[in-house]
Ligand binder design. Structure first.
Ligand SMILES: [Fe+2]
Ligand SMILES: [Fe+2]
Length: 200
């Protein structure tokens, strides 16, 4: 934990591109207070997003913010549900899935682009959600569709390699698991491992 925060602080301090660094920090601090595991997951996905952005020439600020705040909507979900290890009921799943729209609502005014990317971070997986997202306007569609798959795969990687709950029961080869989870993103997954952003 200390190590993770130290690494995050180092990278966070080193970037000078944030419109409002303090706001990002405040959101992360409230998440930390609400649910430590989600906070740590967010830091790790943020750091992976930053690393991937550097490697693949994505905008550093957008990718870093998208990674750090992708699950910020979980702040509205009870910590008991967030940390529940057993199988979830249908109602609990639906409640959990709402974090996507909550994140979007929280960020859509100040971080228009990141909010759209974040809204799609569960769109590419096998049990894709939310369904029926409104269409993006032409000015955003290509860019969002370039960034959202990257965030989705990094998020999945971190969950797969760190979580022990019912959704991620067996730990085998993470790359194989990702290729199964994202059959349409084979190239991206291969590149993430090839360039060392992710480790098998
Ligand atoms: Fe999520
Ligand atoms: Fe996540």
């Amino acid at each position: 934990m200390m190590e993770l925060e130290a690494e995050f602080n180092k990278v966070f301090k080193s970037v000078d591109f944030f419109q409002d660094k303090e706001q990002v920090k405040l959101l992360l601090d409230s998440l930390k207070e609400h649910d430590l595991a989600t906070y740590q997951h967010s830091l790790r996905v943020g750091l992976l997003s930053y690393k991937a952005a550097k490697e693949f020439d994505y905008d550093l600020e957008d990718m870093f913010i998208a990674g750090l705040l992708h699950d910020i909507g979980k702040i509205a979900i009870s910590p008991d549900l967030l940390s529940k290890k057993g199988t979830l009921s249908v109602e609990e799943w639906l409640e959990l899935e709402e974090h996507v729209e909550t994140s979007y609502e929280m960020l859509k005014n100040d971080y228009v682009f990141c909010a759209e990317v974040i809204r799609r971070h569960h769109k590419y997986q096998q049990d894709s959600y939310p369904v029926n997202l409104p269409e993006l306007n032409e000015g955003l569609v290509n860019r969002v569709n370039g960034y959202a798959p990257l965030l989705a795969t990094l998020d999945y990687y971190d969950s797969y390699t760190t979580r022990t709950d019912a959704r991620y029961p067996t730990k085998t080869n993470v790359k194989t698991a990702m290729l199964e989870e994202f059959p349409d993103l084979e190239n991206l997954v291969e590149q993430l491992f090839l360039y060392g952003v992710l480790q098998n």
